[in-house]
Ligand binder design. Structure first.
Ligand code: FCB
Length: 428
């Protein structure tokens, strides 16, 4: 018998932890970016977020109540190495050790992501991901975390969605560090991938059991040229090099290319133990103008509060495609929906649209699995409502509603639904 299917929930450090000035944490690019006027809706920051750094025990209890088998979370690099490299801050490592121990005690497998976008500011000042040095710093950080936790954490993912770090961070400017330069974005993309490859080696040397990466995918619909271009941009740019295929033909109308040095592509293509797949929606495109000549069309049919089309068939098609391409087991490491949930001050929060979204996507995932795709797990984004990056706190993705002024967690109907599903599957 194989292992049981891993049902879980996911979060990330900056989005939930708060306590940004506590226990020797150094600043990250997100602390600086959120302070920039106009960068974030409502001027929100991650300073308090869900106060998870102090309430983690309560949050592990919520997971136990749900009956999940796994928890995907991220470690904050600026907590562990406040200057990015060199000096280790044991106080912060101790936090993640306490969290991991609490999870194990609750029978929940820790699924750790090393980098969910919170680069130490000290490294950004030295060129951030535009600098090749940051890839080496990342491997050093990976080694430190693995030394502390490899004995207790069965899954290590290097990067979360490097597409967002590279392109939203350096090309569109929507995410930290907020640059708008194709040259910067291509450098960042390549150094992120190089950092991934170097970290894979470091993690293996430290005895980590399962090593992988988490990528985001957006299936694309539309007329030929724009569709293919957008597909290379959204779905191939990071996957192809990891699979040993090198970069796809550039999606950009530009002579600029990633700064590849001899040996880099081999490092980037080191074999993995899993691929994490983040899926939310599809994109409809048409020909456009400029260096990336693609236009995005509004969603057709039902959409979430962020205007993302509800398309479970997109997940099915994606998993079938990846199943045929990727030689490693797949995990859906994020899937979920934002709605403007409201709480009446008592009782559960009614979120029928989220329940319908999750039901349909799980069904799609299991259909792909039944047809032979090696899918081993599924994580709902997210356990809690949290800091949704440039959108601030308004879009709510949680199974639990967070009443921010009191930090109370209130189960939504979707939490009750997930709990029932997991207990029916004998996972409780
Ligand atoms: C993904 C991110 C995650 C969350 C969801 C909604 O791109 O990995 O942190 O914000 O989107």
């Amino acid at each position: 018998m194989g292992e049981p299917f891993l049902f879980g929930v996911a979060t990330s450090a900056y989005q939930i932890e708060g306590s940004t000035h506590v226990d020797g944490r150094g600043p990250s690019i997100w602390d600086v970016f959120t302070a920039r006027p106009g960068a974030i809706a409502d001027g929100a920051t991650g300073e308090l977020a869900c106060d998870h750094y102090r309430r983690y025990r309560e949050d592990v209890a919520l997971m136990r109540w749900l009956g999940v088998r796994a928890y995907r979370f991220s470690v904050a690099w600026p907590r562990v190495l406040p200057e990015g490299r060199g000096r280790v801050n044991p106080k912060s490592l101790a936090f993640y050790e306490r969290l991991v121990d609490a999870l194990l005690e609750a029978g929940i497998a820790p699924f750790l992501t090393l980098y969910h976008w919170d680069l130490p500011w000290a490294l950004e000042v030295q060129g951030g991901w535009r600098s090749r040095e940051t890839a080496y710093a990342f491997a050093e950080y990976a080694r430190v975390v693995a030394r502390a936790l490899a004995d207790r954490v069965p899954f290590f993912a290097t990067l979360n969605e490097p597409w967002c770090s590279a392109f939203l961070g350096h090309l569109t400017g929507e995410h930290a560090p907020g640059l708008r330069s194709l040259e910067a974005a291509l450098k960042a993309a390549h150094h992120l991938l190089l950092g991934h490859g170097l970290a894979v080696e470091a993690l293996r040397a430290e005895g980590v059991k399962r090593v992988g990466i988490v990528l985001n995918f957006t299936p694309v619909e539309g007329v030929e040229e724009a569709r293919e271009r957008a597909d290379r941009y959204h779905n191939c740019f990071f996957l192809d090099p990891i699979l040993g295929l090198g970069y796809p033909e550039s999606p950009f109308r530009s002579a600029l290319t990633p700064p590849i040095r001899p040996g880099d592509l081999d490092l980037i293509a080191r074999p993995l133990d899993f691929l994490g797949v983040n899926y939310y929606t599809v994109a409809r495109v048409a020909p456009g103008e400029g260096v990336y000549p693609v236009r995005y069309l509004p969603p057709e049919g039902e959409a979430t509060a962020l205007g993302w089309a509800v398309r479970p068939d997109g997940l099915y098609g994606l998993l079938k495609r990846l199943g045929a391409l990727v030689p490693w087991p797949l995990y859906v490491t994020e899937n979920g929906a934002a709605y403007e949930d409201r709480w009446a001050g008592e009782g559960a929060v009614e979120d029928p649209l989220r329940v319908a979204y999750l039901e349909a996507h799980l069904e799609a995932a299991f259909r792909a699995r039944a047809e032979g795709v090696d899918l081993r797990g599924y994580f709902v984004w997210s356990l809690l409502d949290n800091f949704e990056w440039a959108h601030g706190y308004r879009p709510r993705f949680g199974l639990f509603y967070v009443d921010y002024p009191t930090q109370r967690r209130i189960p939504k109907r979707s939490a009750l639904w997930y709990r029932d599903l997991l207990s029916a599957k004998g996972s409780n």
